[in-house]
Design a protein around this ligand. Sequence first.
Ligand SMILES: [Zn+2]
Ligand SMILES: [Zn+2]
Length: 134
Amino acid sequence: MLRIRFALARLLVHSFQFVPQAFAGLVMEKRFQRRIEDFVCLHCGRAVSGNGFTNHCPACLWSRHVDVNPGDRAAECGGAMRPVGHETVRGRTMILHRCETCGFERRNQLAKDDDMAALIRLAGETAGQRVRGR
Ligand SMILES: [Zn+2]
Ligand SMILES: [Zn+2]
């Protein structure tokens, strides 16, 4: 009987050890915040309806400098972000955006409703240019 109680106590201690890890997981997840919002493109004026992951205009691929971490909308800059290049990382196409106001750079994943013609134009414009900050 004593042995069973001992085993139970050990089990309890064991399960409590996982609690801090669960909290750490929650904090990590907070770094990406999904926001569903509509915006008007600073570059071409297109009204874009957000799906929660939209961070650039699907027509001209320009973005806006609003995030410090993805989705947090903590940047005060608000400048227009020009698409300056693209690259493929582990099979996913990423667009490199550079803020026209402050020079901040960020990679954003290409969305499936993005205009492929705009991407091809971007590829043509940036062909032969080395993308900084690899
Ligand atoms: Zn646009
Ligand atoms: Zn900026």
